[in-house]
Design a protein around this ligand. Structure first.
Ligand SMILES: [Zn+2]
Length: 292
């Protein structure tokens, strides 16, 4: 029965074809949660034991950009940069210092010690999984002081990993492009203002409500003016709407430039960090000299 035989052969051939399509090598994913456990040795090798910890926050961003803007930014920076320079990316982490937004809906402000312990335990767990280099990237203006102090205190106890903090430079490329693309007052453009709204317009236009950008004021209200003094309430005193700048001036073009500027610098930093052997070596040398 040649016709039936032919059909049998073609069925076998088709199923082989379909099955081999699953065997075609998939790219090595960057996100920790998208890797399989069997990918781990390859991910450690390809990343040179480098893991990015992107830190965002959940807080009001004026009346027009999403609560998770800072998380969306760091997530996108990491995803885009690791396509150019491979590293593993820790999944969404939005626990940081955000007490100043507690009067606004959507703020997720954990107790100070929980935030600290969570950051420390997260780094320790990343280290326990084989990463010697942890690169923090941050999307939230209220976090850098905490992150710097966290990194300084990594010299308190010896660990078998080093923590790096990446921040995009405000170099001449940045300054010159801003001169051309930026429309509102640069000094007042801080939180959910022209720059940040532009970034979100570029990354997630579906989440930006441009027609609401003028519903509240993002102007500095200067309600507290003690020269050269830092207080906990300073941000609320200036920006009670949790909005600083003019979101209405935003453009996708500016957002595209800002994103590319951060991503290209992050990819360069990753390359340098992956090649770096000095940081951990000096860290170990230091601990060998600390009196026990
Ligand atoms: Zn933000």
């Amino acid at each position: 029965m040649p016709a039936l035989y032919k059909r049998f052969v073609s069925t076998i051939a088709l199923s082989l074809l379909l099955n081999t399509s699953f065997l075609i090598a998939q790219p090595l994913h960057s996100r920790w949660d998208e890797l399989t456990a069997s990918d781990w040795p390859k991910a450690l090798k390809e990343s040179n034991e480098t893991c990015i910890l992107p830190i965002g926050i959940l807080e009001k961003h004026g009346p027009h950009v999403p609560i998770g803007s800072d998380l969306i930014k760091v997530r996108e920076w990491a995803a885009r940069a690791t396509k150019r320079e491979y590293a593993v990316v820790f999944p969404d982490f939005f626990y940081g210092q955000i007490n100043e937004a507690r009067h606004q809906p959507g703020a997720f402000a954990l107790p100070e010690r929980v935030v600290w312990d969570l950051l420390e335990a997260t780094c320790d767990e990343i280290g326990r999984n084989g990463f010697k280099k942890i690169v923090i990237i941050n999307g939230h203006g209220g976090n850098p002081e905490m992150i710097r102090y966290f990194i300084q205190t990594r010299l308190e106890k010896q660990r078998n990993y080093a923590v790096y903090f990446f921040e995009a430079p405000k170099d001449s490329i940045y300054v010159n492009n801003l001169k051309v693309l930026h429309k509102s007052n640069q000094a007042g453009d801080q939180h959910a203002g022209e720059r940040e709204t532009s970034e979100l317009l570029f990354l997630r236009p579906d989440l930006v409500k441009m027609d609401s950008a003028k519903n509240q004021s993002g102007e500095n209200q200067r309600r507290l003016a003690i020269p050269n003094v830092y207080t906990a309430i300073h941000w609320y005193a200036s920006f009670p709407n949790h909005y600083a700048g003019e979101g209405a001036a935003a453009s996708q073009k500016l957002g595209e430039f800002l994103t590319e500027h951060t991503v290209s610098n992050l990819a360069n930093a990753l390359k340098a960090i992956k090649a770096d052997t000095k940081t951990l070596q000096l860290q170990n040398e230091f601990f060998n000299r600390v009196l026990k």
